[in-house]
Design a protein around this ligand. Structure first.
Ligand code: PLP
Length: 404
């Protein structure tokens, strides 16, 4: 298997690494010209997703499980499967049905710590055995709804303090150290196979967060004194958004590997649940400029569409004009407004685009393959279900190529 270092995969010579495959359009200018769309266009780059998945599988020191919520698009799921991803982290019965229908051989872990009784029954009947819990009440629900099944694998979700994640996931789920110990002991009566799971927060900028969490994990396992088989370090691996420089993924992987050894946990089965880092770079949104007012651009896509994180979290994304040659353009800074009538539909950026951008131009907003289209609503009558595939890499990755 070919494996690539994170920072190397933009390079031109790696282009042989891609699939032949069929694509809807050969490039974005062709797609825009022939679709003549009134609504935003969601773009999937299968070659980027494949490259990313193969990188993860080759370098993450354990089993790689895709967190479906980051992008449940069927093309994305199929790309991940083709690249060798066999495990999927699901959080709802709809995600279970989606993955089961599309990829009948896939293995699913139901890692939402709060599930409806029907979701537990239905998912168990469909063959799911791995469940996350963070309370006695939830453990009891699973035991009751599966009639005390002997083949459950219970993963105790533990609480962590958020330190360095752009998206804190510590406030809602997770058992305290003391209750995790108790839960492990209780779960051991029903389930011969136990795990510990955590999520350090999405877009975690400091790789030592995993090491700290593994230290807490070690203390819990020692106090509980029951055999644990799995350690699931969750997602949280970062992507290079403008203004958010992060260490290469290899730093994260080696920290995890070293901490597992240091804490004497390396005989356990390690699992990771990346969402963002597997698919973010594999998707873009194409939006049209409907009006320009100074350096404010009114677009046909906004925070109620795929630009949620460009809104209040004020994230920035790589942007380019379709058909532009970045080397020969004067670049200006812009703010975006989405199409809805809501004033929170504002994205301060700044976003970099040619100084002469004008109404009717199409732009690509990249790194939106995770939590982009997946979060789009129908609010105010603005929605799009146009999703296309194109070969190669998005413009900002090509731009990196030109500069290296
Ligand atoms: C959201 C989520 C993930 C994926 O997180 P990323 O930050 O996108 O990698 C993984 N596991 C669980 C339980 C989640 O809720």
């Amino acid at each position: 298997m070919k494996t690539l270092e994170y920072s190397q995969y933009y390079t031109e010579e790696k282009r042989d690494f891609v699939t032949e495959g069929k694509f809807d359009f050969l490039n974005l200018p062709e797609a825009v010209a022939s679709l003549k769309s009134e609504v935003p266009i969601y773009v999937i780059y299968p070659e980027v997703i494949k490259t990313r998945a193969e990188y993860f599988i080759g370098n993450f020191p354990g089993r790689v499980m895709f967190a479906v919520k980051a992008n449940p698009n069927v093309t994305v799921l199929k790309c991940l499967w083709d690249a060798g991803i066999r495990h999927f982290d699901v959080a709802s019965i709809n995600e279970v049905n989606l993955v089961a229908g599309l990829l009948p051989e896939a293995k699913m872990y139901f890692m939402h710590p709060v599930k409806s009784r029907k979701a537990i029954r239905d998912s168990y009947a469909m063959g799911i055995r791995h469940y996350a819990v963070d309370s006695m009440d939830e453990l009891n629900k699973i035991i009751e709804e599966t009639n005390e099944a002997a083949d459950l694998v219970i993963h105790i979700r533990i609480r962590l303090e958020n330190q360095s994640a752009a998206y804190d996931l510590s406030g809602k789920f997770g058992a305290s150290e003391a209750s995790a110990v108790n839960l492990l002991k209780q779960a051991a009566h029903y389930s011969s196979r136990l795990g510990i799971t955590f999520h350090v927060g999405s877009q975690t900028m400091d790789s030592s967060a995993y090491r700290k969490a593994l230290g807490v994990t070690k203390a819990i396992i020692d106090s509980a004194g029951v055999p644990v088989e799995f350690i699931d370090v969750g997602g949280g691996f970062p992507v290079a958004y403008p203004g958010m420089p992060s260490a290469p993924l290899s730093n994260y992987f080696s920290q995890i590997k070293e901490a597992m050894a240091e804490f004497g946990l390396d005989h356990l089965e390690l699992v990771g649940e990346p969402g963002r880092a597997l698919v973010a770079e594999g998707g873009s949104t194409l939006a049209r400029v409907e009006l320009r007012r100074g350096n404010d651009l009114y677009l046909n896509e906004g925070v109620y569409g795929s630009f949620f994180d460009a809104g209040t979290p004020e994230w920035r994304y790589p942007t380019s004009r379709i058909g532009m040659n970045k080397k020969h353009e004067t670049i200006a800074e812009y703010r975006f407004f989405g199409p809805t009538c809501d004033s929170i539909d504002t994205m301060v950026g700044p976003f970099h685009l040619p100084a002469n951008i004008k109404e009717g131009d199409w732009i690509e907003v990249a790194n939106l393959g995770a939590y982009g289209q997946a979060m789009a609503t129908h609010f105010n009558g603005f929605q799009s279900d146009i999703t296309i595939t194109v070969p190669g890499f998005p413009a900002h990755l090509k731009f990196v190529e030109n500069n290296t």
